[in-house]
Every structure is written in structure tokens, then in C-alpha cells.
Design a protein around this ligand. Structure first.
Ligand SMILES: NC(=O)c1ccc[n+]([C@@H]2O[C@H](COP(=O)([O-])OP(=O)(O)OC[C@H]3O[C@@H](n4cnc5c(N)ncnc54)[C@H](OP(=O)(O)O)[C@@H]3O)[C@@H](O)[C@H]2O)c1
Length: 329
């Protein structure tokens, strides 16, 4: 099969399109013929081993442990191991393979069945591939860590990116009043996916405008912890999903102290991929409450360009890789 492989950490230039052996499913695994994969900052960090911690957290100390990147996939079940109970050949599935070694930038991948769910029936493979990591991160940030409630004032910083476009729509589905923060060119898109208010961060600093929020999800840090603390309502919650190392350490080390010392809660999220949340997202999508936003589509051989674009940090929703056989079905 064709796959995008890398043997050393570096820029997207180290990626190569190669013919590699098609994988065979183990007893608990499903072989998926991939129709589309989506890119995440996760792939960008694993490609460059940046931050360095990536090497210590299973990425591979001197060189990448897993040669094929790509966490998010959507495709068709082609075969499965003897212990697989939930899927049949031909089933349309989607999932996050980051917990089992990735491998989505390829024509096929083997995945434990509990990393997959049936694809939402009302969207394409490309749209389904856009969902898993970004949407589950947004969901866990808002619902589990953020304890979102109907009627709350929720601010999403980084509302126009992968995590942010899902976060805006998920927060709306919980009945929140949502403010999305993004750059000028993306204001209309963020409004169109349901944000009640939008703030252009190039024109206005939301940490200085006197507004207070019950819940803030920061797709990236962008501001100091003390700025976020100031704009939280008295019992407000701040959840950070990403940011610079300094911002992440601030949230991890200082967040618990601030949370213990007062009524505001602050901290960082480490999202955990799981089947239950994939099914939750499938239901939201099928109910018409969430629709993936796709920015650009690339072919498998253009994966390096796709990652270069993602690495610029200004995607409008999600960046997707479409496999050749997707266009034949
Ligand atoms: N903790 C976890 O488990 C977990 C899971 C998934 C992802 N993450 C992290 O979450 C972060 C976001 O991921 P993503 O997929 O959403 O990334 P992304 O698709 O690259 O989006 C980044 C967004 O940030 C916005 N942005 C850039 N500068 C900004 C600023 N100064 N103020 C407000 N927004 C700004 C950009 O919007 P404009 O173009 O409008 O500037 C862009 O839409 C990444 O750091 C990723 O590593 C963490």
C-alpha cells in the first residue's frame, strides 16, 4: 500500500511517499481502508519532535517510533481479527488512532475496534475524518473539565481552528451563549457556525473589555493565566487545550493552586480518545447540531504541503487528506 513515512524528526521535507506492506489485523483489530484522514497539531508535534517531551512520551527518543503519522481517519472496514464483535466488512467507520500508534496517512490501517465508531450517516468520509481528535478534545474540555451548563456565557479563544470550530458548535448544542475569538477574515465563518458574538483579536483584546465569562476554552494559550483569571466570572472555569510550553506549565502548575485558593477553576486538558465520545459526536452530527468545517483538501502525496499549511497555525477549521479510492466510490 502507499503511505507517507518518516524516518527522522524534522520539517515536512523529511516525509516520503513509499510503498509499504499492507497491515494485517491482530485478533482485536479492524483493517480499515482509509478514505480520508485529517491533520492535527498532534501530527505536527510528532513530525518535528517539538516540544522535546514528545520524544520522552513514546514518540521515540532518537527517531520516530511509528513511521506513519495521521491520527484521525475515516474509511471502510475491509477485514478484522477473530475477537472483533462490533463491526462487519463494508461498515463505514471513523476514529482516532493516536492511542494505538497512528498510521492514518496511508491507504490502510489496523486499529483496535474500540478506537472506532460507525461514521455519522449524514456526512462524507472527509468530514468524518475531520471529527475525532479535535471534536473529542472540544467536548471533553467543555463538558468534562468545563462542566458546561445551558445559559452560561462561554468564550472560545481560537474559535476558527480545528478544536475551536467544534467547540463553538458543541457549546451551542449545550445551550450556552457563545463568544468566538478569531482573526478578521474568519469572523463570518465563526458567526455562521453559531457563535452569538465574535471578537476580532487583531482589533480588540477580550481580556480588557470588561466582560466576564462562566467558561473559557482556550484552543491555545495566547494570553497569560492572570488575564484569563480576570475575565472569569466568580465561579468561572478556564480550560486550556494547547499553547506555548510556558503557557502549558503555567496552567498545569499554577492552575491547581488558583483553583484551591478561590472559587475560580483553572487548568489544562489532556484529551483521552474513547469510543463513547466518538458515538456522542456521531449523534450530535446526525442531529444536525455539529457540522465539520473543512478548510483545505490534499491528496496523500501532498501530505507534506498539508502539514506545512497546518504548521502555519491559521487553518480555517480542519485540513484533510483525501485518498484516491475515495473519489471512486
Ligand atoms: N490537550 C489536548 O489533549 C489537545 C488535543 C488536541 C489539540 N490540542 C492542542 O490544541 C491546540 C489547538 O489545536 P487546533 O487543532 O485547533 O489548531 P489549529 O487548527 O491550528 O487552530 C489554531 C487556531 O488558532 C487561532 N489563533 C492563532 N493566533 C491566535 C490568537 N492570537 N488569538 C486567538 N486565536 C488565534 C487561529 O485562528 P486565526 O487564523 O483566526 O488566527 C487558528 O484558527 C493545539 O496547540 C493542539 O496541540 C490539545
Amino acid at each position: 500500500m502507499k503511505a507517507i513515512v518518516y524516518y527522522k524528526y524534522g520539517s515536512p521535507d523529511v516525509l516520503e511517499l513509499e510503498e509499504v506492506e499492507k497491515p494485517t489485523p491482530k485478533d482485536n483489530e479492524v483493517l480499515v481502508k482509509i478514505h480520508a484522514a485529517s491533520l492535527n497539531a498532534y501530527d505536527w508535534h510528532l513530525l518535528r519532535a517539538d516540544p522535546f517531551l514528545v520524544r520522552l512520551m513514546g514518540g521515540g527518543l532518537l527517531k520516530p517510533k511509528n513511521k506513519i503519522l495521521g491520527a484521525d481517519i475515516a474509511g471502510r472496514v475491509e477485514a478484522f481479527g477473530i475477537n472483533v464483535k462490533q463491526f462487519q466488512p463494508g461498515d463505514e467507520v471513523f476514529g482516532d488512532t493516536s492511542g494505538c500508534g497512528s498510521g492514518g496517512f496511508a491507504e490502510y490501517v489496523c486499529v483496535p475496534e474500540n478506537a472506532l465508531a460507525l461514521k455519522p450517516a449524514n456526512i462524507t468520509f472527509e468530514e468524518a475524518a475531520a471529527v475525532p481528535m479535535a471534536a473529542v478534545t472540544a467536548l471533553q474540555g467543555l463538558r468534562d473539565k468545563g462542566k458546561i451548563q445551558s445559559g452560561q456565557k462561554v468564550l472560545i479563544n481560537g474559535a476558527s481552528g480545528g478544536v475551536g470550530t467544534f467547540a463553538v458548535q458543541i457549546a451551542k448544542s449545550f445551550g450556552a451563549e457563545v463568544t468566538g475569538v478569531c482573526s478578521t477574515k474568519k469572523l463570518d465563518m465563526v458567526r455562521s457556525i453559531g457563535a452569538d458574538q465574535v471578537i476580532d483579536y487583531t482589533q480588540e483584546d477580550f481580556t480588557q473589555n470588561g466582560q466576564r465569562y462562566d467558561l473559557i476554552l482556550a484552543a491555545n494559550g495566547y494570553h497569560s493565566l492572570s488575564d484569563y483569571k480576570r475575565v472569569l466570572s466568580p465561579k468561572g472555569i478556564y480550560v486550556m487545550t494547547g499553547g506555548s510550553m510556558a503557557q502549558i506549565f503555567q496552567a498545569i502548575l499554577l492552575g491547581p493552586w488558583i483553583s484551591m485558593a478561590g472559587s475560580k477553576k483553572m487548568g489544562a486538558l489532556t484529551a483521552k480518545p474513547n469510543q463513547k465520545d466518538l458515538v456522542f459526536m456521531k449523534e450530535l452530527i446526525e442531529a444536525g447540531k455539529v457540522k465539520p468545517v473543512i478548510d483545505r483538501r490534499y491528496t496523500l502525496s501532498e501530505a507534506a504541503d498539508a502539514l506545512r499549511y497546518l504548521g502555519e497555525g491559521h487553518a480555517r477549521g480542519k485540513v484533510v487528506i483525501t485518498l484516491e479510492h475515495n473519489n471512486k466510490t
